[in-house]
Ligand binder design. Structure first.
Ligand code: PLP
Length: 371
């Protein structure tokens, strides 16, 4: 069996990606105007089932732009999950609003609606659920909380391209969805992001703010402070080629998950990704949780995997553990962050490699007295 190093993730760039990127390069349209921007936005909107999609420079600027477009700023509160990538919290903080941290669900790892409910105040302007590691958040429960109080929802769908909630794709389940196309994502453009929405006025305003808020009547006159959050035509060309393959990407990710499930048997204290019956996960990351782990044991386990040539990564740290957002820990998020880890998953990962990872995981778990 090969001992070659298995990375946690790697992009799949084929002949079509090369062809379209070279075509964009040869066209001379290397900045943010060009046919691939239009094609990528159209393909992405079609895929998500939304009326509009707007390319942006990355997922973080996309989240910031969505919040600013909704008029969120100083004095406002935005409820986000404690367990997420830091960009979710930072985007709120960039606006001057306060990120309010909610606990997460034990199974989905996504924001817990009961926790959200307990945190709503007169200042709450938005809820920003994260479809973490590819599993959708419980959108109906969140929508019920938000609608009754006139609160907006922005889906942080950075990790969940193609995931479905009750048969509907994420990104079209609220005022706005925000995706990332960073190199380890289901679909990549190197760096990049996308806003999705069905709201025409939101789309128009987001587009204007993305492009420095130039007035349509007078060139180079700007009546408010906007941003340059644009994507390039070169990146969009890569995105168009990747969107042609998204069904294959997602099918393979589901296959990989099934390989893992047979290679690493679940038990009372050892679990892989759990998927709710109302959800279809994009399986962006394979998640392994071991009840008997604490942070040092988890990290030691990851070191030993690395010695066997297998990459892994710990779950995200909680926002409440970081100096910028420090507060009392939230129990579920804190436990997950201390004990969870992600195993390799990417398009070209083979069944043989998953078997090798499974063997190493099972052996190390039994050495550690967890099996
Ligand atoms: C949940 C989440 N939100 C936002 C982002 C930010 O996206 P980007 O890296 O494209 O800025 C990421 C990830 O990379 C993420 O995982």
């Amino acid at each position: 069996m090969s001992d070659s190093f298995i990375p946690i993730s790697q992009p799949s760039i084929g002949a079509r990606e090369r062809e379209l990127v070279l075509d964009a390069l040869d066209s001379g349209w290397v900045s943010s105007i060009g046919k691939y921007i239009d094609e990528f936005e159209a393909a992405f909107a079609r895929y998500c089932g939304t009326e509009f999609a707007l390319t942006v420079s990355n997922g973080t600027t996309g989240l910031h732009l969505a919040l600013v477009t909704l008029g969120i700023g100083p004095g406002d509160e935005v409820i986000i999950p404690d367990l997420t990538f830091v960009a979710t919290a930072n985007a709120v903080a960039y606006t001057g609003a306060t990120p309010v941290l909610a606990d997460v669900d034990n199974d989905t790892l996504c924001i817990d609606p009961a926790s959200v409910e307990s945190l709503v105040t007169d200042r709450t302007k938005a809820i920003m659920p994260v479809h973490l590691y590819g599993h959708p958040a419980d959108m109906d429960a969140l929508t019920t909380i938000a609608r009754a109080r006139g609160i907006a929802i922005i889906e942080d769908a950075a990790e969940a391209h193609g995931a479905e909630y009750k048969g509907r794709r994420v990104g079209g389940l609220s005022q706005c969805g925000v995706f990332s196309f960073y190199g380890n994502k289901v679909v990549t453009t190197g760096e990049g992001g996308m806003l999705t929405t069905n709201d025409h006025s939101f789309y128009k305003r987001a587009k204007r703010l993305r492009d420095h808020a130039m007035t349509p009547e007078r060139r180079y006159f700007h009546d408010e402070r906007g941003f340059n959050y644009r994507m390039t035509n070169l990146q969009a060309a890569l995105g168009v080629a990747q969107m042609e393959r998204i069904d294959d990407f997602l099918t393979r990710r589901a296959e990989i998950m099934a390989w893992y499930k047979s290679a690493i048997p679940s038990s009372e204290n050892i679990r892989l990704n759990r998927v709710k019956n109302w959800a279809s996960s994009a399986f962006w990351m394979v998640c392994l949780e071991v009840d008997g782990f604490d942070e040092p044991r988890r990290d030691d386990f990851m070191d030993k995997l690395k010695q066997r040539g297998i990459d892994s990564r710990p779950y995200f740290c909680t926002m409440s553990s970081m100096p910028m957002y420090r507060q009392e820990p939230l129990p579920v998020a804190a436990r997950k962050a201390r004990t969870g880890l992600n195993l390799p998953s990417f398009f070209d990962l083979t069944q043989k490699e998953v078997a090798r990872i499974g063997e190493a995981v099972n052996e190390l778990l039994s050495d550690a007295g967890q099996r």
